[in-house]
Write a protein that binds this ligand. Structure first.
Ligand code: NAD
Ligand code: TYD
Length: 353
């Protein structure tokens, strides 16, 4: 079976490729990725010589790029990870999010529809986020039936892409599934996202920017657990269905930052607490207060639940980033520095980076 994995050079996509190549010997992967600032082939270095893995550089929003790959390879299924994924960047420049997340998903669907024809076995699996549901207050959780209410250009563009996937399923009888997952963490996450960013700032002994009062809550899932959920849904999920995927692990941002300070300090045998680096900065506009996923559907129907508990996952993650300082330093180059200084110029007045 040959899978077209889009966005496979990013954080979750590369973890998924490692996972699926390892657990399914019958699977061949074509990784189709534009290699934006977030795409990094170093994540897949060990697969370079694997005959079941091929990389193709291409843009999901360019019909010709997508046609070329479908022309060249017989594709048995698509898993669409490709996206612009960072909320703060979507505030600085929304249009690239509309282009990739909406036009890109539509282009991919349209080409897949043509090549899949009426073969009901050929599945299009779209990877989405819980952020499409908007913000929760102190209680409650997102179910698959929760109405969409996105707050950021990122989540609005992901919501648009989800609607298109469902519409192609209903209108053209395509075999589609969608997974809406909570915040992931683990190896290969680009250090603009909270957890790797904070680890890097602690290591460098620089201010740690916490938005608002740090009271916002996210439901964290170790990336390997997400990969296992995607595998279950791709192979066993029901046509046309949506599955919510979450970690049952709600944490306030400030608690995560404190924990990371303590874990890194312990590992580096530091005497002075890095908590002194915490700097409360201007809040993110439209900042969703709380996300939480109700996992009961995927648990009941497909027998999936998270296996890695939060404390264990955080220890593994800290260890990975400390051991892979070079991986981080290699990507903290031109584009990242530009983004970081634009993003934090106002927020961190005394920033020295
Ligand atoms: P990422 O930013 O780390 O990786 C995105 C990848 O997509 C990169 O390799 C990039 O080069 C590629 N890409 C971007 N635009 C492209 C285009 N036009 N054509 C082809 N490739 C393109 O993102 P991630 O965190 O790995 O997220 C993957 C998917 O999972 C996204 O769809 C995201 O919305 C979703 N998601 C992420 C999280 C999370 O916590 N990171 C949670 C839920 C859902
Ligand atoms: P992020 O990793 O950007 O994921 P998302 O916005 O998709 O949930 O942010 C996670 C939480 O951490 C979010 O509430 C915003 C907050 N945050 C900070 O407080 N400081 C930071 O420097 C970043 C990047 C995020």
């Amino acid at each position: 079976m040959r899978l077209l994995i889009t966005g496979g050079a990013g954080f979750i996509g590369s973890n998924f490729i490692h996972h699926i190549i390892k657990v399914r010997e019958d699977i061949e992967v074509i990784n189709f990725d534009k290699l934006t600032y977030a795409g990094n082939l170093n994540n897949l270095e060990s697969l370079k010589v694997n005959t079941r893995y091929t990389f193709i550089k291409g843009d999901i929003a360019e019909p010709k790029d997508v046609e070329d790959v479908f022309n060249k390879y017989e594709i048995d299924g698509v898993i669409n990870f490709a996206a612009e994924s960072h909320v703060d960047r979507s505030i600085l420049g929304p249009l690239e999010f509309v282009r990739t997340n909406i036009m890109g998903t539509a282009t991919l669907l349209d080409v897949a529809r043509k090549y899949f024809g009426d073969d009901a076995e050929k599945r299009f699996h779209h990877i989405s986020t819980d952020e499409v549901f908007g913000a929760l207050g102190d209680s409650g959780s997102f179910k698959e039936s929760t109405p969409y209410d996105p707050s950021s250009p990122y989540s609005a563009s992901k919501a648009g892409s989800d609607h298109l996937v469902r519409a192609y399923g209903r209108t053209f009888d395509m075999n589609v599934v969608i997974t809406n997952c909570s915040n992931n963490y683990g190896p290969y996450q680009f250090p603009e996202k909270l957890i790797p960013l904070v680890i890097k700032r602690i290591v460098d002994e620089k201010e740690i920017p916490v938005y608002g009062k740090g009271e916002n809550v996210r439901d964290w899932l170790y990336v390997e657990d997400h990969c296992k959920a995607i595998e279950k849904v791709f192979f066993k999920g029901k046509n046309g269905q949506t599955y919510n995927v979450g970690g049952n692990s709600e944490k306030k941002n400030i608690d995560i930052v404190n924990l990371l300070c303590d874990l890194v300090d312990k590992r580096l045998s530091r005497d002075i607490s890095s908590r002194k680096l915490i700097t409360f900065v201007k809040d993110r506009p439209g900042h969703d207060f709380r996300y939480a996923i109700d996992n009961s559907k995927i648990k009941k129907e497909l027998g999936w639940e998270p296996e890695v508990n939060f404390d264990e996952g955080m220890k593994k993650t800290v260890e990975w980033y400390l051991e892979n300082g070079k991986w981080v330093d290699d990507i903290i180059s031109g584009d990242y520095r530009k983004f970081f200084s634009k993003q934090y110029k106002e927020r961190l007045k005394s920033d020295r980076s």
